[in-house]
Design a protein around this ligand. Sequence first.
Ligand code: FES
Ligand code: FES
Length: 187
Amino acid sequence: MSAVAPTPGSALAVSVHTVCLTINGRRLSIEVEAWVTLLDLLRERLDLIGTKKGCDHGQCGACTVLVDGRRINSCLTLAVMQDGKEITTVEGLAQGEVLHPLQRAFIEHDAFQCGYCTPGQLCSAVGLLNEGQARNRDQVRELMSGNICRCCAYPQITDAVMSVLQGEEQDGGGASIQPWIPGTVPG
Ligand code: FES
Ligand code: FES
């Protein structure tokens, strides 16, 4: 649905659309201008600032989120294009107080320094594991190559992803978690 609304302080009219999104399990109906990116909607209007803006041009992966379980650069898509979709951001990965296995693995393997790239790395890694294409370190590196880490924590990031891929991480009770099952996106 769309409507025309005046721009504040301007005689020009702008096109405003109503989009329905399920974000981290919460269903929302939002009025948004046609040019607003999903990234800006998340950060600037919904205060979900875990998703980071790095380049704003699809070059760094800091803005990676999951749309219907698939990873995308949220700076490269308009919010109105995602009408009806399920969005998972880094804020939606944990189940309450229980961290996602990849979050635990990143901590365990010291897979960040400044942490700016980490939300995007985590969402990208969830998407990667869901895709079921990565089987070894080289494939993890290749398929995560769109996520830049300026702190060069790549070896530790790869260690963390591999540990979940291979089911080596321990859960909170000390039991080994199961290897990742493609198609099981939390949140
Ligand atoms: Fe989207 Fe860099 S901010 S890819
Ligand atoms: Fe600093 Fe990746 S941890 S950019």
